[in-house]
Design a protein around this ligand. Structure first.
Ligand code: NAG
Ligand code: NAG
Ligand code: NAG
Ligand code: NAG
Ligand code: NAG
Ligand code: NAG
Ligand code: NAG
Length: 672
């Protein structure tokens, strides 16, 4: 169903937009109408009568506080009219009312016959159909509008856009049944800002909303790469960004955690005066096209997201979640030692489930039956009690579906204990590297895990309040929930444990051989890019099913990275793949993931992509990936490293990896 709106109509729309925006505030700005000629009714039909009833009911309901209402008119199936409207989350009731009333009048003039219509305005959307349209996500038709001017600094723009849209999609879909709406502004440079908006009809479930928004966002790289503004309007949701405030910034409550985006790197970018405020719209070149029914390349992602969010929805219904969201005080997080002793059977060996960095981990069960994971920190942390509490409070506020949730802590005498949500499927390494179990992880599951880790890391790096560098990302720190969603654990440990936080040098290396970027392992320099390196290693492990540090030397294969690089260089990257994936893999996805993995493990930290770029690359099949440089091959010996106390190093051997001196020609390497 690919259609294009005639230029004349676009011009008409444009002139109406300009005209109306000058005339009066409460006249809505018409954008487009979807008026298929496949279903039609006649002027004297019962459907027409029902439609009139529907319109008056919707108009009278347009004062609804959440800017949404659905209604049905008629009883007998062929003639029942189903309708709904959705006002933009920030508009006032009066504006919403005006928009809906205008829409009900205008829609019959513009589209007098069709039974199944959607009309879009800046302020609201109205739709009706002879089939039920409630509580189900619809992306079967849509509209893309864009401002064809480009942002000046494209790299930075993409990073910021990825982070902003990911955040508002998550927040909007979590919006409950009241309003599924979120906005966010981010500093682009000292003069320029980026404003983003995401909204679903509130009748959607969390998972449907999330899927719809992300499908919308995934169009940006294709349709509107680098454009100064763009929006995707689906029947069930819409997403938009601009370089000027297009929604009422004061009316939209700022997100609870102030976003911590990377500081502007190009303060000298040209001023935005030309594209701000009201002038913005009229200077925009709007191009309207009807979006094809669900891009097939995204099908995989969609299915995974759906499954994942479905599980998440169930989870969100539980009481604990809403309670945890309201954490404000240290007291609400503090457990007493007796409770934890009782829950873990006094830290019995039977309850021990792991030995992570900084201490042992026990499974526990609270009196109310809730299962928890208890991490008993090794006792000489050198961090004072107050500091510890403050850090725990901050880390507990980091909440993302791909992070293991920190539920609380216990502090008594020398004892410092952290309490986490319990993950039934243990850690990724126990499945991925187990000869019996690894077959359970087919490609769709592995891909979902890769995506989940990327999103979780993006949150830690850019969207959370604190900007956390994980420093010890590895398979044993990726836990899996019941639906095999990846949950990153052990984040914020450096903070809680009182290790130097500032970016730069540390003489205390907290990490695991093989996963550590060379600059971190050898010089103690850590940054978000050293996490990106570890992420790249993880990706290659997940695809190959082989441990970074456990390689079969009899095959003359030095290590996973050199092996992956050699295959890539020979144009046969897919040979890296775990043979059990043969039946389930998608050639395109696997080779793209290998490509991304190799980009992440490059020697030069600056050459590695940011997590925002990684997420974007995973979501878009049309972004052209850079050609990776040879990965970092280094040969640390344990003695050269200054390992901190209590730090896990689950490697028993360290490999001596010869530095490759091959002069490689890489011009024909892209295997796609
Ligand atoms: C519907 O419209 C399309 C293009 O606008 C046209 O090609 C087609 O013939 C129309 N179908 C009917 C039944 O009028
Ligand atoms: C919407 O209108 C109908 C009939 O006009 C009424 O029964 C219903 O309660 C209204 N719903 C809301 C949310 O106002
Ligand atoms: C609104 O939609 C819900 C399902 O989301 C449905 O149960 C309800 O009957 C609808 N209300 C009207 C007035 O049609
Ligand atoms: C809606 O209308 C179309 C065309 O008139 C018809 O084929 C379809 O069965 C109708 N749907 C319902 C639920 O009545
Ligand atoms: C924006 O960038 C695209 C390619 O990224 C280019 O084709 C287009 O001409 C640019 N538009 C403007 C207005 O510079
Ligand atoms: C953006 O910059 C302004 C000043 O230029 C500052 O007040 C504001 O806090 C910054 N916002 C963010 C999200 O960094
Ligand atoms: C924006 O919202 C604020 C606070 O709700 C309100 O005072 C102001 O009038 C609104 N501005 C516009 C243009 O609607």
């Amino acid at each position: 169903m690919i259609k294009s709106i005639k230029t004349s109509r676009v011009l008409l729309c444009l002139s109406i937009v300009c005209l109306l925006s000058i005339k009066t505030k409460s006249t809505p700005n018409f954008l487009s109408i979807d008026c298929p000629n496949t279903t039609s009714y006649t002027p004297n039909s019962i459907y027409k009568t029902n439609l009139n009833t529907l319109f008056s009911s919707l108009s009278s309901n347009s004062t609804s506080i959440n800017g949404f209402s659905n209604s049905t008119a008629g009883r007998n199936p062929p003639d029942v009219a189903y309708g709904l409207f959705l006002c933009r989350g920030d508009v006032f009731t009066a504006v919403c009312q005006d928009c809906v009333t205008s829409a009900t009048k205008e829609v019959v003039q513009r589209c007098p016959k069709s039974k199944n219509v959607i009309i879009w305005y800046d302020e609201c959307m109205l739709r009706y159909s002879n089939e039920s349209i409630f509580s189900k996500s619809d992306e079967s038709t849509g509209l893309i509008l864009r401002n064809t001017q480009n942002f000046t600094d494209q790299t930075r723009f993409k990073e910021i856009l990825g982070g902003v849209m990911d955040d508002i999609a998550t927040r909007a879909s979590n919006g409950g049944s009241g309003k599924k709406f979120a906005t966010r502004e981010a500093n682009f440079s000292s003069l320029q800002k980026l404003y983003g908006l995401a909204q679903c009809t509130p009748d959607l479930t969390l998972s449907d909303c999330n899927k719809c928004l992300r499908d919308g966002i995934s169009n940006f790289p294709n349709c509107c790469d680098g454009n100064l503004g763009a929006r995707v309007l689906f029947p069930s949701c819409n997403v938009r960004y601009e370089s000027y405030p297009f929604y009422n910034v004061t009316a939209t409550a700022p997100p609870p955690p102030p976003p911590a985006l990377p500081p502007p790197v190009h303060p000298s970018s040209p001023g935005p005066s030309a594209s701000r405020g009201k002038g913005g719209i009229s200077s925009q070149v709007l191009i309207a096209i009807i979006v094809p029914v669900g891009a097939s390349v995204l099908l995989f992602i969609i299915v995974f997201c759906f499954v994942r969010r479905k599980a998440k929805t169930k989870h969100d219904d539980t009481k604990e979640d809403s309670a945890v969201n309201e954490i404000t005080t240290v007291e609400s997080l503090q457990y007493d030692f007796g409770t934890i002793q009782a829950a873990t059977n006094n830290f019995s060996d039977d309850n021990k489930i792991g030995e992570g960095g900084f201490g042992h981990v026990y499974k526990g069960k609270l009196i109310n039956g809730k299962e928890i994971a208890v991490k008993r920190l090794s006792q000489n942390s050198g961090q004072g009690g107050e500091e510890f509490k403050n850090e725990v409070l901050l880390v507990a506020k980091l909440q993302h579906r791909n992070l293991v949730r920190l539920l609380g802590f216990c502090l008594e005498g020398e004892e410092k204990i952290l309490i986490y949500e319990f993950m039934p499927n243990k850690s990724l390494d126990r499945i991925l590297f187990d000869s019996q179990e690894h077959g359970k992880l087919d490609w769709p599951k592995r891909y979902k895990i890769i995506e989940g880790i990327a999103r979780g890391m993006l949150y830690l790096h850019e969207d959370s309040q604190l900007r956390i560098i994980h420093r010890d990302l590895k398979t044993s720190n990726i836990l899996l929930d019941g639906a095999m969603n990846a949950k990153i654990s052990d984040f914020g440990m450096a903070r809680i444990f009182g290790v130097d936080q500032s970016q730069g040098n540390t003489n205390r290396v907290v990490g695991t051989f093989g996963y550590m970027a060379p600059e971190y392992a050898m010089h103690g320099q850590f940054s978000v890019k050293s996490d990106v390196f570890s992420f790249g290693v993880l990706v290659l492990e997940i695809i190959s099913g082989r441990k970074i540090n456990d390689f079969d030397q009899s095959n003359h294969i030095e290590d996973l990275l050199s092996y992956a690089w050699k295959l890539w260089r020979n144009g046969t990257p897919l040979k890296l793949m775990d043979p059990t994936l043969e039946v389930s893999y998608s050639r395109n996805e696997v080779s793209r993931c290998i490509h991304i993995g190799l980009l992440c493990v490059q020697e030069d930290p600056d050459a590695r992509p940011s997590m925002a770029t990684v997420v974007l690359m995973l979501n878009s099949y049309t972004i052209t990936l850079a050609i990776p440089e040879e990965p970092a091959f280094f040969s640390p010996s344990k003695k050269e490293l200054n390992i901190g106390q209590g730090v896990e190093s689950d490697q028993s051997t360290s490999k001596s990896i010869p530095l490759s001196v091959n002069d490689v020609t890489i011009s024909e390497l892209d295997p796609r």
